[in-house]
Design a protein around this ligand. Structure first.
Ligand SMILES: Nc1ncnc2c1ncn2[C@@H]1O[C@H](COP(=O)(O)OP(=O)(O)OP(=O)(O)O)[C@@H](O)[C@H]1O
Length: 242
């Protein structure tokens, strides 16, 4: 197995506060969809924030393509091709769809190339092309989520980390969101997904990771996680996977 990213025994927290992550580990394989599940407060979002450089790693390490990422700033990690979409999506609500997409390429020096990428991405998402001049903040939740996901594609990233992208969206829109995620994976983008609806998340994933109290309790093929009676009982609401 060739790992794209490995997280080994990391400890991290907010400021000088207690360790929220306490020995978490993770193996990320190229081109696959990885879903991190676990109860509220387990540290799922914190894990994504630690990987993308928003939180200092106190112990352990994160390696990407063999290179240690510890201590790098978020923009340096972004430049390497790891993009994080937080729960709140971090769009610029007063800026247009096109301007938001351009912001996805803030690390690109070549303005023409950036414009070309924005056009290319808009071709993939007709709703964004139609609404290129609309202010992002005036769009529906689903359209904003589409924009947030499309924006990651501007720099042709290696890894996109999505923190609860389905939050607050109607079921039909959630389905569309998972379709976009599948399209990104088909394009070769490796996905790291945190999903509150663990069953749904795992059903769309290749690899499952169970995090609790800041530790990785289990990681393995998503089908195995779905089929494990103990995990079903503790983390999947006791529901048998269909
Ligand atoms: N900005 C912050 N400052 C201090 N503590 C924080 C901050 N953000 C999260 N925490 C704490 O870190 C712990 C883990 O939060 P985190 O958001 O990573 O959990 P989660 O597994 O993603 O759960 P949820 O589904 O509730 O978001 C919680 O106890 C939370 O209160």
């Amino acid at each position: 197995m060739t790992e794209l990213l490995t997280v080994t025994g990391i400890t991290a927290g907010y400021g000088d506060g207690p360790a929220i992550l306490d020995g978490a580990h993770l193996t990320v394989e190229p081109g696959k969809v990885h879903c991190i599940i676990g109860p509220n407060g387990a540290g799922k979002s914190t894990l994504l924030k630690a990987i993308c450089g928003m939180l200092k790693i106190r112990k352990g390490e994160v390696r990407f393509k063999g290179e240690r990422l510890n201590g790098l700033r978020p923009d340096q990690i972004y430049r390497k091709g790891i993009v994080f979409v937080p729960q709140e999506r971090a769009l610029f609500p007063k800026m247009s769809v096109r301007e938001n997409l351009r912001m996805g390429g803030f690390i690109m020096d070549d303005a023409h190339e950036l414009d070309r990428r924005v056009e290319e991405v808009m071709e993939r998402f007709p709703i964004l092309k139609e609404r290129a001049h609309q202010k992002a903040g005036t769009m529906s939740g689903g359209q904003q989520q589409t924009l947030a996901m499309a924006r990651t594609m501007i720099i042709k990233p290696d890894i996109v980390m999505l923190d609860e992208p389905s939050l607050g969206l109607a079921p039909k829109i959630v389905k569309e969101m998972f379709e976009i995620m599948a399209m990104m994976a088909k394009d070769g983008i490796t996905i790291l997904l945190v999903e509150q609806n663990a069953l749904m998340g795992l059903k769309h994933a290749d690899w499952g990771v169970v995090l609790d109290l800041g530790r990785t309790l289990f990681e393995g093929p998503a089908a195995e996680v779905l089929g494990d009676p103990r995990i079903q009982e503790l983390y999947l609401g006791g529901k048998r996977a269909a």
